[in-house]
Design a protein around this ligand. Structure first.
Ligand SMILES: [Zn+2]
Ligand SMILES: [Zn+2]
Length: 80
């Protein structure tokens, strides 16, 4: 499981486990450091890149760090 956030030194890590049936939510695993994993169903991040063809963010609402479309160096493809 790989953290989906852009590089960060502190805070919890989040890995996308699965898109769940309900629209606009996904199942995430979060783990603070090396301790126990925790499952969470979180709503999708509503932020999209500016512009008419703005790319959506692959993360969850209220996540820390950058939106995925802000992370130009390390592109994280949205799991579909
Ligand atoms: Zn992380
Ligand atoms: Zn976002």
């Amino acid at each position: 499981m790989q953290c989906q956030l852009s590089a960060h030194d502190d805070g919890e890590h989040f890995g996308l486990l699965a898109d769940v049936g309900e629209y606009g939510t996904a199942l995430w695993i979060r783990w603070p450091g090396t301790t126990a994993l925790e499952l969470a169903v979180l709503p999708d991040c509503p932020a999209a890149a500016p512009g008419p063809d703005g790319e959506g963010c692959c993360l969850f609402a209220d996540h820390a760090e950058q939106h995925t479309w802000e992370n130009a160096l390390e592109e994280v493809p949205c799991p579909s």
